[in-house]
Structures are given as C-alpha cells and as structure tokens.
Design a protein around this ligand. Structure first.
Ligand SMILES: [Zn+2]
Length: 397
C-alpha cells in the first residue's frame, strides 16, 4: 500500500484538503500527531541546560550565559550560506555532553520537548565518537543516551503523553570509525537503536571508505540512512543509494538537480530522481536547516513543495532545533503557510514519515491507524466545524 503517486485514486483523495480555506494554525499543528526522522541530539539542547552543563563542566567557551540570549545567538541569520559556520555551534553542545549524566539529561529532555510538541514517534541521532573526549567509552555513551530516552518516555507517559523515541547511531564522514559505529548500532538494536547513519561534510569526503560499515548493516538485516544530497549533488545521492544501500536519504534535497521543468510546465525526472520516487525512497527534508546552511536560498524556494506535489516520499524534519530555532510544529506551520498546505498535506507527511520509520511493520501500522490518522481526522473535523459552524463543513470553492 503506497499513496505516494499522485495519479492514483487513493492518493488523489489524500491530496484533497478536507476544507481548503481552513489553514492549520501553529497551535493546531502542535496538537497533531507528528513523526520526526531527522533530528540531532547535540543540535537540540535547551539553552538553559547548555548553560548549566557548561558551568558543571567548567566549560567557558559559551558566547553568553544568559539562556535567552544564548538561544538567539545560535539561530542562524537567513541566509547564512555557510555550512561550516552553522556547524560551529556544535562545538559548544558537544563540549558539555561528555559525561553519562549530561548525556542522559540531554536525551531525557529531548524526549520531553518532542512530546510537548506533539511528536508521537521520533528517531534521534547522535555520533557516539564525539562524546568520548573525557574518557567515556562508546558503550557508555550509547547506554547513557538510551537511558535518557527510556526515562523521558516514562516521564511523558506519567503526564499522559505517548511518544516513542529511538536512536540512530551516526558515524562521521571525516573519521574512520564507521565500521565500529555500525557494529555498535547492530549490538544495541534491541535496546533502542533503530539504525545507522553517516554525517559530516560531503564535499571531499565520499562514502566509499564507509562502504564496509553499510555492508555490515545490510548483512545483519539492519537499517541505514545517510546524510547525502544536502550541500552536494547527485553523485552523493547515487553513492548513498547504489553503493551503500541506504534506505533513506538524510536531506536528499539536491535530487532537485535531476528534475527539469519545461517551458510548458511539464516536469521530467532523470533516472536517479525516478529511482528515488518510484522506489519510494524516503527524503528526510529539513527546510529551515537547508536555508541556514545555504543549501537552499529561502524557504519559498525549498523543493519540499514541489517534491510533495510530485509524490516523492517526502518527510519534514527539524535537523537541529537549537541551531535553527525550530520545533517540528513551527517548521510544519511555516511550510504550511509558504506552500499553502492544508490538513490533508500534513496528514500525508506524517504518514509518509511513519511508513519510513526503522521500526517493525506492526508498530508502524499501529501508530498510523491508531494514532496518526484519527488524530489528523479529528483536528481537520474540528477546523471544519470552526470554519462553517454547526451546519456542517464548508464546501471547497
Ligand atoms: Zn542532519
């Protein structure tokens, strides 16, 4: 069952907003059951936590210790046009995430913040090798984060919120530890790790040296995504899919380079773009992050609008909530405004993401049919009621 192709009747049904003149508000979107596949643990700290952890660790590199000011200092000016400068913020967050206590806290608060934002399922990634500077072993790093996720989920349950958060273990493109990290991901697969990822600068760092890690993941029947097609073009996407066998693309936004729009408005897909769309390869799109790193000029020019229309397996994600000053709700609301999305579009994006999650099929179905569809249908019905009053839903123009 796949509703991605817009020409199919089922997909067309989904593409029709329930009520075209009821644009979802930020407040309503916060209550919608959302799914997040691309979010970095070290890119989503609360500013106040960063200040406290820096004090505890004796780290003096923060530009300010005023949490509000610190939060603002992280958010990139649009357009920043510089991935390297965007990445500078991670020096601060990673510096204070070097003890088991700090990692547990950051992971626990991450779950709390996502639950508060209405996220019902998330895969949050981190690179264990970045958290060993003060002597923690890779195992200790992974176990501290998984404990934080478990504690966060238990606390969310206590407050009546239902959220599942799993980990993706990231290896750095610039280092040579991917095989080790892939082994760690497989080892902790039944303890909360959902898959493997590779991140870091694409230009000058091809995926070829990491093929053995991806091969191990495949041989173990496990899951892999990879940062590809963010700052670099089609060869990076091709390597991720065809050399490494990645199941999803972290960003993948440069797939646009293989799509041409003729003067007559007709859209033509190249071989690779066709492969991605036909094969339902999920794109973990992160619109604001792409603007902040200079991959895309502004939100209105972000291809997520076009990719959604063309029926790619598009998903919407935060990437780095602290560095981009976003939540999944705020990101969704901004895109809804810019691209004119209605409830049906948001429902489609959440279902797309849940279908693409690295959890088992039964869990995906349970969340789609038991939480996501009923949640969006209820919100759309409420919105329709508000627009039209008790007489019934307003008819589209
Ligand atoms: Zn990322």
């Amino acid at each position: 069952m796949d509703q991605g192709g817009l020409s199919r009747p089922a997909a067309r049904r989904w593409a029709e907003p329930v009520v075209q003149n009821a644009a979802p508000s930020l407040d309503q979107i916060r209550r919608a059951p959302k799914v997040l596949l691309h979010d970095h643990l070290d890119g989503g700290l609360r500013p106040e936590t960063l200040v406290e952890l820096a004090a505890a660790a004796g780290y003096r590199g923060l530009p300010t210790v005023d949490p509000a000011e610190l939060g603002r200092s992280f958010v990139a000016k649009e357009p920043r046009l510089d991935l390297v400068r965007y990445l500078e913020g991670f020096a601060h967050t990673v510096a204070v995430m070097q003890t088991a206590e700090a990692l547990e806290r950051v992971a626990r608060e991450c779950v709390a913040d996502l639950a508060e934002d209405g996220v019902v399922y998330a895969e949050v990634r981190f690179a264990p090798e970045l958290h060993t500077e003060d002597g923690l072993g890779l195992e200790a790093v992974v176990e501290a984060v998984l404990a934080g996720f478990a504690n966060g989920m238990a606390q969310a349950r206590d407050t009546g919120r239902r959220i599942v958060v799993r980990a993706l273990l990231t290896a750095m493109r610039t280092a040579a530890r991917s095989l080790e990290i892939a082994r760690m991901a497989v080892r902790y697969r039944d303890a909360g790790v959902a898959g493997f990822d590779v991140a870091g600068p694409e230009a000058g760092y091809p995926l070829v040296p990491h093929m053995e890690a991806f091969s191990l993941v495949k041989q173990e029947n496990f899951h892999a995504t990879v940062h590809a097609g963010e700052a670099f073009g089609l060869p990076s996407i091709w390597q991720a899919l065809q050399l490494c066998g990645a199941e999803r693309l972290g960003h993948g936004v440069r797939i646009l380079d293989d799509i041409t729009v003729g003067n007559d408005g007709a859209v033509r897909l190249g071989r690779l773009a066709s492969y991605v769309r036909d094969g339902r390869v999920p794109l973990e799109l992160c619109p604001s992050s792409n603007v902040h790193t200079g991959a895309v000029r502004n939100l209105a020019e972000h291809p997520i609008g076009m990719l959604r229309r063309l029926g790619f397996r598009a998903t919407i994600n935060t990437d780095n909530r602290l560095m981009s000053g976003v939540s999944l709700s705020s990101e969704t609301a901004r895109c809804a405004e810019v691209f004119g999305w209605a409830w049906a579009d948001l429902r489609w994006l959440s279902i797309n993401a849940m279908k693409s999650a690295f959890c088992d099929f039964d869990e995906r179905l349970a969340l789609i049919n038991g939480v996501i569809k009923p949640g969006y249908d209820a919100l759309a019905a409420q919105a329709a009621f508000r627009v039209s009053g008790p007489g019934g839903p307003a008819k589209p123009d």
